[in-house]
Design a protein around this ligand. Sequence first.
Ligand code: FAD
Length: 572
Amino acid sequence: MHLPISISLLTLLPDLFGFSTEVLAKKSCRVQPGDPGFPSVQQWSQLSAQVGGRLVQVVPSAKFCHSLPAGNCTQDQWTSTTFRSTIPGAMDAYNWEQDYSSNPPSLCFQNGTTCDQGNVPLYAINASSGFDIQAGVKFAAKHNLRVAIKASGHDYLGRSTAKNSLLLWTRNLRNISFTGHFVRGGKDYGSAVTVGSGAPLNAIYTATKAVGKMFVGGTAATVVAAGGYVQGAGHSAFSPLLGLAADNALEFQVVVASGDIKTANEFENPDLFYALRGGGAGSWGVIISATLRTYPIFNATQHVVVVFAPTNASIGTIMTLHAKHIFDWDSKRAGQYFYAINGGSQGNFAAFSTYFPNSTADDAAAAMKPLLDDVQAMNFTILSQNTTVALANDLVFSPDDQLGVDAILGSRLIPADAYRNDPVSIGNSYTKLLELGAAQIIGHLVAGGKVAENANIDSAVNPKWRTAKAHVVAAVGWGDSTPLSVVEFIKESMTNQAVPILANMTGQADSGAYSNEADVREPNFQTTFFGGGARYQKLLQVKRKYDPNDLFIVAAGVGSEDWDAAGLCRVH
Ligand SMILES: Cc1cc2nc3c(=O)[nH]c(=O)nc-3n(C[C@H](O)[C@H](O)[C@H](O)COP(=O)(O)OP(=O)(O)OC[C@H]3O[C@@H](n4cnc5c(N)ncnc54)[C@H](O)[C@@H]3O)c2cc1C
């Protein structure tokens, strides 16, 4: 019989070749502290010397704060993403720094008296050049180390931190340069900006404004355009006018798993170029810089209105009205963030922040009027309403983001057809999500228009973006004192209850989601984030070509199904 023969052979093999089954098993795991083969102090010192002393030991953000002269961070520092981005071990949603599942849990809370390392990397290379990244990649590959890549630490899926890893930290790669004519393969793509993979959005908005240009970026201060943002797709309030960030990416410089720097564009390494535009953050290599299309600067009007919605049912009613009016702004190519905020005993709020490119304040107010008339006709109170006219860059510029929280997300790309066919069901879903305990439901009208028109671009962008009208996110948070069993309950509720409600909103059996703002436990992420089927197979092929040993594994990323949740041991 086949089976007993295999077993007897396996038991003999270790003796024959001089190593034990334990070592064989370990071979499929990353090398961790205490394992044979973990780099010695001397080897770490050599790496440090190679990168000019920029190898640093990493600690959780709370421990970093305790080490400051004041003995702690101020609350303003703790919640400032600009401040947090200077801490190598910090994640903005710092629940990702915790290892809730180890036994005992390995935790480090904001004002905790004890502090364990959790899921925070061991060492980081604070890179100042592509060479530093190359050195780190080669060192990690040679010693079979777990690698994490981080630019800002914004990631809502925790993909920029990893237990027992070497962190390749690109925050200080901040170059920004412009060209009037980006030419490759004899093709002139027009004006473009090349940004380092540490340059935050607010720095790029400032720089583009100074040269009379605009680019496709998000509404955030410290999100890094050439980091996770563009690899996920990258949406903007101006996407209905200009497309997604990935649609506007022209070239990348990337350190791949071999340690080589590759140029990826339409002509050179086009398969890598395909994957880097929408194929998911952190799975392909370490981006050093990206070149993004720029546009002549333009004015826009931001219209913000806040509505009081006493009950969860009233949020549902308002969001049904909104769903009926969501096509009102198409001709203006407006983008919009629309919020349902759970105010608890104070009642709820709905808010709509709409960006009208090349429009006056009067145009914007007129475009919003039909929705607001309907809202008032239902006796809801408008608490405030205002408009700001400014350069587009200034409207989406933000000096800082406020985080430093424990939070997770779940999301879906809601097709235009769902809004057309069943606005009432969309409104009802909002009520259900609030009743489930969602703190906020954040809608992003950042699709349609140019995003739909760009369906012909051959990239890994989830095709659901091309038929979507909006990206809707449910957010839930908790405090450090929340019992761990409740934290787990919250996570399970997100995956098993909130996300199915969002999926139901789509009216599709194979609904899609934006991989950068989503539930990391998404059960069928290959389809939900990346389109599944042949599209996912193509991404796997690119992965095998450029990263044959899976050096760059992130949760719910391409190839991650072969690894355990921590990315430390192969499961297949
Ligand atoms: C306040 C806030 C506002 C946001 N606004 C928007 C928005 O308007 N539009 C939008 O589309 N998204 C938005 N996002 C989501 C954002 O796109 C994601 O959080 C994204 O992952 C951030 O990328 P990052 O590189 O800045 O973050 P990080 O946490 O540093 O990294 C995120 C992922 O990218 C990988 N990565 C980082 N740097 C590199 C690199 N150099 N090379 C390869 N991989 C790298 C990491 O490994 C990780 O997987 C927002 C997030 C926050 C917190």
